[in-house]
Design a protein around this ligand. Structure first.
Ligand SMILES: Cc1cc2nc3c(=O)[nH]c(=O)nc-3n(C[C@H](O)[C@H](O)[C@H](O)COP(=O)(O)OP(=O)(O)OC[C@H]3O[C@@H](n4cnc5c(N)ncnc54)[C@H](O)[C@@H]3O)c2cc1C
Length: 314
């Protein structure tokens, strides 16, 4: 196994993690950073356009991730050129004297500090019939697969802005889109809600118990059953998009005994430091709002405080 070391290991290379690297290199272009995870597999890269970054009216997600990476590389070029974008997933993190060991499939890396920016995993295996119909009409990404359902009736399950945007994306291709939301309100921005409500081919149903939903079909998805106010509804659909988010996955951090909030996120203080000195968390893993500009600011703040700690310990 290859061994190596760094000052800051950033676990998660979506816009939160890359923003942390930008902050760290802005403050100290000589610090060494390893960025774990797959930048072009992050939500931003995979799932469409962003329209609310102050100063940028609209940007395609994959282009934006590329711009962030370019910016880190340029900042680091002013120093020791120590950036390593590993494109590797972390398997485990262990505490050792004066730091931590990060293990991937191929490497063991010693690091002084860690920034956790792994985002939230997709919640899978929750809807009845989901596992039977993956790639046979069940998808977990409306923006990635929606165009394949041209002319069909489909359903999308979830809440919040990204589900609203998913439904608005699907309406361009699909005959009818039924949006099943588990909470009493969709909790999305009003501009998305207005568009949803004025779309003739989108039907919004709120307060739907996820456990009542069942996907059915022979070889491929053909229908969906759910309960609405005690009544069983059966609809005919050719596709179901399940866009639910899970709580953070603590399994790779088991050795650290990280503090948790009462609702299952990583607990941090005002500097985004966890209960383990040298370990920081940023973005949705600590329950931050799922908005790109907020996550970028949170990532930046974390990179700032991680470099402060390195300086203090030097
Ligand atoms: C369809 C959609 C549209 C959206 N549109 C907007 C919008 O218009 N405006 C807006 O403000 N917000 C929008 N958002 C919300 C927000 O921008 C995203 O949720 C944001 O991309 C989250 O970024 P992140 O860096 O925290 O996490 P993610 O993008 O989820 O990135 C997580 C990173 O962690 C890595 N990772 C995970 N586990 C490991 C591991 N074990 N080891 C190493 N790496 C790991 C992954 O590889 C990935 O690189 C949208 C979200 C979606 C889904």
């Amino acid at each position: 196994m290859v061994s190596d070391n760094c000052d800051i290991a950033i676990i998660g290379s979506g816009l939160t993690g890359i923003s942390a690297a930008i902050a760290a290199y802005s403050r100290n272009p000589d610090c060494s950073i390893k960025l774990f995870g797959i930048p072009f597999d992050s939500n931003t890269a995979k799932k469409g356009e962003i329209e609310n970054i102050p100063g940028i009216s609209k940007v395609v997600g994959v282009d934006f991730i590329q711009q962030l990476i370019d910016q880190v590389i340029i900042l680091n070029a002013e120093g020791s050129q120590t950036l390593d974008i590993t494109n590797e997933m972390v398997k485990s993190v262990t505490k050792k004297e004066n730091g931590f060991t990060i293990t991937t499939e191929e490497k063991a890396i010693e690091t002084k500090t860690i920034i956790i920016a792994t985002g939230l995993p997709e919640l899978k295996h929750t809807i009845k019939g989901e596992d039977d119909f993956v790639h046979k009409g069940v998808s977990h990404c409306a923006v990635c697969d929606g165009a394949l359902y041209r002319g069909k009736k489909v359903a999308i399950i979830g809440k919040g802005n990204f589900v609203a945007r998913g439904a608005l994306f699907l309406r361009k291709y699909c005959r009818k889109v039924t949006l099943l939301c588990p909470t009493s309100e969709l909790n999305c921005d009003k501009r998305f809600l207005k568009k949803l409500q004025s779309s003739e081919n989108i039907l919004l149903k709120t307060g739907i118990d996820l456990s009542s939903i069942e996907i059915s079909g022979a070889q491929i998805v053909q229908g969906l059953r759910y309960q609405e106010e005690g009544e069983t509804k059966d609809i005919s659909v050719g596709g179901v998009f399940i866009e639910l988010k899970d709580k953070p996955d603590f399994s790779i951090f088991a050795d650290l005994n990280l503090g948790k909030t009462s609702d299952g996120f990583i607990q941090t203080n005002e500097n985004n430091s966890t209960n383990v000195e040298g370990v920081f968390a940023a973005g949705t893993v600590k329950g931050e709002l799922d908005y790109a500009p907020i996550l970028m600011g949170d990532g930046y703040k974390t990179g700032f405080y991680a470099t402060n700690l390195l300086k203090k310990n030097d």
